[in-house]
Design a protein. Structure first.
Lengths: 273, 207
């Protein structure tokens, strides 16, 4: 009989217990610094103690070490890597072949009857471009951006795929915005199946007042990405409401409570997609 | 301590490419070097997470596609890599959600099929409810858990971390070593010491 079998059996009951607290989650920046050996021994010990109990952050550390090359990676044979790249290029389709060449201006000279309008048309076009650009810039200041391209130094927060990940108590997930972060992108994973024809997202204050609303589209993974410029999000409690339209009716698909806090100083953060 | 990856010049080039994409979007020319460096790493990571190699390849392609579709700017390569790491974790989470949903649907379909084929014979062979645990056994089990948890609290931090990762998280020696940044032999040694100390604290074994 293995003399340790009874002890092992007892220790394995830990797998079922909820005892033990992972404590406050460190930022991704702190986890990265831990992996890179940039923390003091005391700081590293604190992170290690957290990782022992926190499966998600331990899993991030394991993955980051592989992705950043801290752990040796099995080399992919060149032929297989070439094949994978070809497959990738085929999958992403011609729509992403690269920035399209500037469109050729219409050949007005060939249209003799319109030649006399060439200068006024050019002026009008220039004016239109100027007006649209200015309007776009003004709108971007007051309206959250839905572009998939996150702004520089923007924080990206995945609100999680489960209720537990999405909320911390009834007040929802706390997001701390650093002073140098220009934007916040949140990734929403609705728990309900997506059956509506179209979707919109609305930002409500804790009093239920709607302060922003726009159409959104699901990604291939049935998630939604919504980007807000920092200035449109003062500190406070909000609810992001995902709504679906089907057969002329609008219904709430999911609600995501969040708390926005503004960090004035302290360690930098890595965006969490 | 651990050190950052070498080839700093190439790293800076990759970061410059990522930031160019953050402004202008990816092109084949800017994305290919990123793909060639990171696809094998994601593949390696995903091979450890899923058993079927073809699924790992599919998920690695999905990760790279998500990176391609959402260019963003970063002030350091580790930040860019941390961002991609989280994308990989999300892809993996979604994969498990899908797999679990398919399993649930499969189980429901099986139950429905058995019920429709009907008859008391087949219905009788399908467990209708979970067996109810013996209350006394349940109390003893909880008591054991509390005792173990209290004993763990008394261990020195390094021993405790190794023991919790092993028995609570179910990690292998290699994983524990990578999480804590120590060698496998150190993990084994600390785990041996932890068990010895726990045995004393739990009164299960005498020296």
């Amino acid at each position: 009989v293995d003399p340790d079998s009874s002890l092992d059996a007892m220790l394995h009951t830990l797998g079922e217990t909820v005892l033990g607290e992972p404590g406050e989650h460190p930022t991704r920046d702190r986890l990265v610094a831990y992996c890179l050996g940039e923390l003091t021994p005391q700081e590293s010990e604190a992170i290690a103690a957290h990782l022992a109990w926190c499966r998600e952050d331990a899993s991030f550390v394991l993955a980051f070490r592989e992705v950043s090359g801290l752990d040796p990676t099995e080399e992919e044979p060149a032929a297989e890597l070439d094949a994978a790249w070809s497959d990738f290029v085929k999958r992403r389709g011609p729509a992403f072949a690269g920035p399209s060449a500037p469109a050729s201006p219409p050949d007005l000279r060939a249209r003799g009857t319109r030649r006399r309008f060439r200068m006024p048309l050019a002026l009008a076009a220039s004016l239109l471009v100027a007006v649209v650009s200015t309007a776009g810039w003004v709108v971007s200041l007051v309206r959250p951006d839905r572009s998939p391209v996150a702004l520089a130094n923007g924080q990206i927060v995945d609100l999680g795929a489960t209720d537990e990940e999405r909320t911390a108590g009834s007040e929802g997930r706390e997001i701390v915005l650093r002073a140098d972060e220009a934007s916040l992108t949140v990734i929403l994973h609705p728990t309900r199946e997506l059956t509506a024809g179209s979707y919109s997202a609305a930002l409500l204050t804790s009093e239920g007042q709607e302060i922003w609303q726009d159409d959104v589209r699901p990604t291939e993974l049935d998630a939604f990405h919504v980007t807000f410029p920092r200035e449109s999000l003062p500190a406070g409690k909000y609810v992001l409401e995902l709504r679906g339209r089907k057969d002329g009716r609008v219904e709430i698909v999911d609600r995501f409570p969040v708390r926005i806090a503004l960090e004035t100083s302290g360690p930098s953060r890595v965006p969490r997609p | 301590m651990l050190s950052a990856p070498s080839a700093k010049g190439f790293d800076q080039d990759l970061l410059a490419l990522a930031n160019q994409a953050g402004r202008e979007g990816w092109t084949d020319a800017t994305f290919e070097p990123i793909y060639r460096r990171y696809y094998p790493r994601f593949l390696n990571y995903l091979r450890r997470q899923v058993s079927r190699p073809e699924v790992a390849k599919e998920l690695a392609q999905e990760v790279m596609m998500n990176v391609f579709k959402a260019p963003a700017s970063f002030d350091s390569l580790p930040r860019f890599e941390a961002w991609m790491t989280t994308i990989a974790q999300n892809v993996l989470k979604n994969h498990w959600r899908t797999v679990n949903a398919q399993k649930r649907q499969g189980a429901e379909a099986t139950a429905e099929e058995l019920s429709r084929q009907g008859g008391e014979e087949s219905a009788a062979g399908f467990p209708e409810r979970e067996p109810v645990p013996d209350p006394l056994e349940e109390v003893l089990r909880l008591e054991r858990q509390v005792r173990v948890a209290r004993a763990l609290e008394q261990l020195p931090p390094k021993m405790r971390n190794v023991a919790v990762l092993r028995y609570k998280q179910g990690c292998g020696y290699d994983e524990i070593g990578r999480i804590l940044g120590v060698s496998v032999s150190t993990v084994k040694s600390q785990l041996h010491d932890a068990k010895k100390r726990l045995a004393e604290l739990l009164g299960e074994h005498s020296e």
